[in-house]
Design a protein around this ligand. Structure first.
Ligand SMILES: *[C@@H]1O[C@H](CO)[C@@H](O)[C@H](O)[C@H]1NC(C)=O
Ligand SMILES: *[C@@H]1O[C@H](CO)[C@@H](O)[C@H](O)[C@H]1NC(C)=O
Ligand SMILES: *[C@@H]1O[C@H](CO)[C@@H](O)[C@H](O)[C@H]1NC(C)=O
Length: 448
């Protein structure tokens, strides 16, 4: 904004000629009148165009919804009504309100599901105010998950979550909120517990968590500890077979990107090195920005989903904001807030406009259009802004048991990336459930 002001100041000033004659005055008046009339005409026409474009957008939207109406049993009018309701209530716009009720689960009710690094209270977090907020969308109400309703609607279904550790974080939040009705059985995990499968026997529901941090194919090369080498090699034109090979099993897919896109990588296309992210100048490679790589990964993934013969309902969950802040010590980043931000506290901050989220919004919109023509539904679950307002939701120093005691001599490690369980991430699950119940794929349907 400061830049704009400077540009304004530097604009050449137009000085009127010294020797004004009456003829030029008449000319000025004449052109003044013509100019005013022109401006009025322009205003009228541009408003008219904007209005027609809006009308066209609405009709396109309705057309798109028609294409998505895959439920023959649901009456057209009811379906439209639900769609309209969804459009009217943008769940991502709202505010955090105090909530005396508190979270839907605790470490005791969600038995053995909360991993140590997310179990903030158990790790000694002293403040509990962060557990007492609920997200209130401006145009409607968001209710706690009704686990029985959800599990019944998901009978015989499977949901795949693709991503990295935040994705895992999110699944655990969902599992904990459903645990009141049924415990998830851990039926599969890989050696690192990164790719896992949970099963709900009473409802025949399967949850897959697939570790696909880039969504596209990557290899990790062993550089024998040589720190000057980059060990991750990314292929922009090959999808991660970890999820594509099992794709036919999934009814719902929840996609999310994560912090790995910021790591140093060598970039390939056609099995040729075409660039890198975060590499040294001496490597003489074209630099790829993180959001550029992310866009490529999303494009390839969403194209696969939108055009696949096997049709899923796919939800792209937007970027998860981190909340590192500077402490007095140089290079020391911490997070130790205990309250949500108010809207004014973040407005104007660069993090409000996140490039990664922008990429998600754009690519999701494009893919949704392609998907619609193929009977595949692709939607955005925009949790970015509501999460940005919750700097108090991260484990911070409480990602390890009593870190301040046992590590007194060592440097305290802060986690300002993941989210405490329970915590504000539970809202993501509420929004996800709402979207899925309104999906037109499940057997039950609800409205917000
Ligand atoms: C679930 O699958 C079982 C076995 O195939 C079937 O009997 C039942 O009707 C299905 N239930 C629903 C709600 O699809
Ligand atoms: C569980 O769901 C799958 C997929 O719909 C179905 O093939 C299977 O028969 C179901 N099993 C039971 C026990 O209902
Ligand atoms: C936490 O916040 C307080 C202010 O509320 C600040 O003084 C302190 O340096 C921060 N860091 C730690 C580690 O407590």
């Amino acid at each position: 904004m400061a830049d704009e002001a400077e540009v304004g100041d530097n604009e050449p000033l137009h000085h009127a000629n010294e020797g004004k004659s009456s003829i030029s005055l008449i000319f000025f008046k004449f052109f003044g009148v013509v100019f005013l009339a022109g401006a009025l005409c322009y205003l009228f026409i541009s408003n008219f165009i904007a209005w027609t474009m809006e009308a066209k957008k609405v009709s396109l939207l309705l057309e798109k919804q028609d294409a998505l109406n895959v439920r023959p049993v649901m009456k057209e009018s009811i379906f439209k009504e639900q769609q309209l309701k969804k459009e009217v209530c943008d769940l991502s716009v709202g505010e955090w309100l105090p909530n005396v009720a508190g979270p839907a689960y605790t470490d005791e009710t969600c038995i053995k599901k909360i991993p140590g690094y997310l179990n903030c209270l158990k790790n000694g977090r002293p403040d509990t105010e962060y557990l007492h907020w609920r997200w209130k969308p401006s145009a409607c109400d968001l209710h706690p998950i009704d686990p029985l309703k959800f599990l019944n609607a998901m009978r015989n279904k499977s949901i795949a979550f693709l991503g990295a550790s935040i994705c895992h974080n999110h699944v655990l939040s969902l599992i904990c909120q459903l645990s009141k009705v049924e415990e998830a059985l851990d039926i599969f995990h890989d050696s690192s517990f990164k790719t896992r499968t949970w099963y709900y026997p009473s409802h025949n529901l399967t949850l897959y968590v697939i570790w696909a941090p880039y969504l596209i194919h990557y290899e990790t090369i062993d550089n024998h500890g040589d720190k000057s080498q980059i060990d991750t090699h990314l292929h922009l034109d090959i999808l991660d077979s970890k999820w594509t090979s099992e794709y036919n099993k999934y009814d719902y897919v929840v996609i999310s990107g994560g912090g790995d896109f910021y790591r140093s990588t060598i970039i390939y296309e056609n099995n040729q090195v075409i660039g890198c992210h975060g590499c040294q100048p001496h490597m003489k490679l074209r630099h790829f920005a993180a959001d550029e790589i992310y866009r490529k990964a999303l494009q390839l993934s969403l194209k696969f989903i939108a055009t696949a013969e096997h049709k899923t309902f796919t939800i792209l969950r937007t970027w998860s904001p981190m909340h590192f802040e500077d402490e007095e010590l140089p290079n020391k980043k911490v997070c130790n807030r205990t309250k949500p931000f108010r809207e004014e506290e973040i407005s104007g901050s660069p993090s409000v406009l996140n490039k990664m989220r922008e990429v998600e919004v754009e690519e999701c919109e494009k893919a949704a259009t392609i998907g619609a023509s193929n009977g595949v539904r692709i939607e955005l679950l925009d949790t970015y802004h509501l999460s940005l307002l919750r700097p108090d939701g991260h484990p911070g120093p409480y990602n390890i048991y009593n870190q301040f005691d046992s590590y007194k001599k060592k440097e305290v490690h802060y986690d300002c990336v993941h989210w405490c369980l329970p915590g504000p991430i539970d809202t993501w699950s509420e929004l996800l459930v709402l979207k899925m119940l309104n999906s037109g794929v499940a057997d039950d349907s609800v409205s917000a």
